[in-house]
Design a protein around this ligand. Structure first.
Ligand SMILES: [Zn+2]
Length: 152
């Protein structure tokens, strides 16, 4: 049965379990980022051919010029904690054995940033502005979970 809903007042709650399948793709720019992470153990930012801005996460188009960004540039060195959260429960609300620090880190000269666990510091030690460096898994799988940060 199909109903044509024209107003949110016509919406009805439906209870029960719904099986939903999905497939997430990284896209063209994300594919390059994750391949470099896996194959070279490096972080790569997209570089705009016109304004030379670089972006993380990798993007296919420059948000200023709308130019296609096919070039990438390795991101090296330390970054700065721009924001963080202390996680004490997993997504299913199970208490974690130890708190996890999730840090959003921005790199010098790169627009945007990356979110990953910050290891090697106690939650009460984390500060905005703290310098950290990326740590990539010894045998990366090409997933964002290959990345974490440690104090610089
Ligand atoms: Zn640009």
């Amino acid at each position: 049965m199909r109903e044509y809903v024209t107003s949110t007042t016509q919406l009805k709650p439906v209870t029960g379990d719904w099986g939903v399948w999905h497939r997430y793709t990284h896209g063209v720019a994300g594919e390059k980022f994750f391949r470099a992470l896996k194959d070279k153990r490096e972080l790569t930012a997209s570089e705009c051919p016109k304004c030379k801005r670089t972006f993380l996460p990798a993007s296919l188009y420059c948000e200023d010029c709308f130019c296609e960004m096919t070039a990438t540039k390795a991101v090296s060195g330390a970054g700065t904690v721009a924001s963080f959260a202390i996680l004490r429960e997993s997504l299913d609300e199970t208490p974690l054995p130890e708190p996890v620090v999730a840090a959003f880190v921005q790199f010098d000269g790169v627009s945007g940033g990356l979110l990953a666990p910050l290891r090697g510091v106690k939650p009460e030690q984390v500060r905005i502005g703290m310098r950290v460096k990326p740590q990539i898994a010894a045998q990366p799988s090409g997933a964002i979970t290959d990345l974490s940060f440690v104090p610089a």
